[in-house]
Design a protein around this ligand. Structure first.
Ligand code: AMP
Ligand code: ZN
Length: 460
């Protein structure tokens, strides 16, 4: 039985979907105005692991993710400048080109860490009609008011507004991330915009659409409620996001959806903790903002990053250091080299598979699952049985282990001879010769790793 921590109840609960075996899952996607970094990747790998665990438990998943390709406000300091417009101004491209460029970059990045594509990818700009429809429902139910600048959701009309965060309204940072431009007609600083009019502050906003209330563009939160309800219905099973989304974005999503439908919006809220770098928040100004391609440039396999993510529970902070990435790469290399020697899969090690499933079903305890996997790898079971089980485990881990399993590397005789010469040179202390030979071997497409049991040859 799968157990999940639900932010809404602040408890670990048994997972019981609304309409088994179907599971509707919505993930907040990227705002495509900047490069995808490894912090984002932690979140999307987290979603991917959850989805895979649901699948191995036999559920049929409909996974929906949005792409926020409408600009939104950056912060107070930027005087409420729209993220996408800012990106366009700084790069000399149109807002549409900026969105397309960073969306493509996003897909390339998440593919390097082997995440499955959601079944439905919904772009905010392609669902303006659905967003207007939801604002209509809210208008009909009496939850909105309209000023010269925008249409707002009136939070005083929605009684359970803080149920997700449990945060008192006074403690809530006013206007975090969105809706921070000054509108004197706004009733309550916590009210949030559903639709901005292209007047005043936004008179030059590039992206704009007609609406029954006037030309403009949607607020940030409305897209996720509108698109999730469009594809998954008024009530669905799982909604994911980073912990930063709890007090504002997801709180507002619940208010919009439940005020419109009168039903519970989402049964299980799953939130991932952050990736931090050298104990600091990742940010461009601190120059600790890394992308997958930068890791590749330094010779790392992005799947080592995925392995690193698996070593920490999704609800714990993960401190990224280069040492931790080296350790993850070494562990993954070891695993790959070990399983290359294994026989073809047969039967399986049922006890280890059961322990592995118990770990992942216990609120996605991937560090424990990895420990079980290593216990199995090092066990005395026949390699054919271990091979069968490792493929089962990799359905969750997603490390592409099938690409190495049982695929012994054929080393040409010429290379074998050079390796033997190098080993002799190394043993006799002739490190110059040993290094020269290593280079020669490399030119032939092979690399040597010196281990306690002798040199290990790897294909580059
Ligand atoms: P954004 O494009 O900024 O809306 O972020 C997309 C998703 O990535 C959100 O769910 C964020 O919570 C998540 N995210 C952003 N930075 C990090 C980080 N450093 N670690 C983990 N998740 C992050
Ligand atoms: Zn969202």
């Amino acid at each position: 039985m799968l157990k999940l921590y639900n932010t809404l109840s602040r408890k670990i609960e048994d997972f019981a979907p609304l309409n088994p075996p179907h599971v509707g899952m919505y993930s907040c996607g990227p705002t495509v105005y900047d490069y995808t970094h490894i912090g984002h990747l932690r979140k999307y790998v987290g979603d991917d692991i959850l989805r895979r665990i649901l699948e191995v438990n036999g559920y049929e998943i409909k996974h929906v993710m949005n792409i926020t390709d409408v600009g939104h406000l950056v912060s107070d300091e930027d005087a409420g400048e729209d993220k996408m417009e800012k990106g366009a101004r700084e790069s000399g491209r149109s807002v549409w080109e900026v969105a397309k460029f960073y969306e493509d970059y996003f897909w390339k990045s998440v593919e390097t860490v082997n995440t499955k594509r959601p079944n439905v990818v919904a772009k905010a700009t392609e669902h303006i009609k659905e967003q207007i429809k939801l604002i209509h429902r809210l208008e009909k139910n009496g939850f909105i008011y309209i000023t010269e600048h925008a249409i707002y959701f009136d939070i005083s009309k929605f009684s359970d507004y803080i149920k997700l965060s449990g945060q008192k309204l006074e403690e809530k940072e006013a206007g975090t991330r969105a809706d921070v431009f000054i509108d004197k007609q706004k009733k309550n600083s916590q009210d949030f915009a559903l639709w901005f009019f292209t007047v005043g502050h936004f008179k030059d906003h590039t992206m704009r659409w007609p609406s029954p209330w006037g030309e403009g563009f949607p607020g940030w939160h409305i897209e996720c409620s509108a698109m999730s309800m469009e594809y998954l219905g008024d009530s669905f099973d799982i909604h994911t996001g980073g912990i930063d989304h709890i007090p504002v974005h997801h709180t507002n999503e619940i208010a919009q959806a439940e005020a419109a439908s009168g039903k519970q919006f989402v049964k299980y809220w799953v939130h991932h903790n952050f990736l931090i770098v050298d104990s600091e928040k990742m940010s461009k100004s601190k120059k600790n903002f890394y992308r997958a391609e930068e890791l590749q440039g330094k010779g790392f396999d992005p799947l080592a990053l995925r392995y690193l993510f698996l070593t920490t529970h999704y609800r714990d902070k993960l401190n990224f250091t280069w040492e931790s990435l080296v350790a993850a790469q070494n562990a993954l290399n070891n695993l790959r080299e070990t399983i290359r020697e294994w026989e073809q899969p047969k039967i399986g090690c049922a006890e280890f598979e059961q322990k592995f499933m118990n770990a992942v079903n216990n609120d996605l305890n991937t560090p424990q699952a990895l420990a079980v996997m290593w216990d199995m790898v090092k066990s005395n079971n026949p390699s054919s049985a271990k091979a069968k089980s490792i493929l089962e485990m990799d359905k969750v881990l997603g490390l592409k282990l099938d690409e190495c399993l049982g695929k012994k590397i054929e080393v040409p005789e010429e290379v074998q001879k050079l390796v033997a010469h190098r080993e002799n040179a190394r043993k006799s202390g002739d490190f110059k010769k040993s290094d020269d030979l290593r280079h020669k071997i490399k030119k032939l497409g092979f690399e040597i790793e010196d281990t306690s049991t002798g040199p290990r040859i790897k294909k580059i």
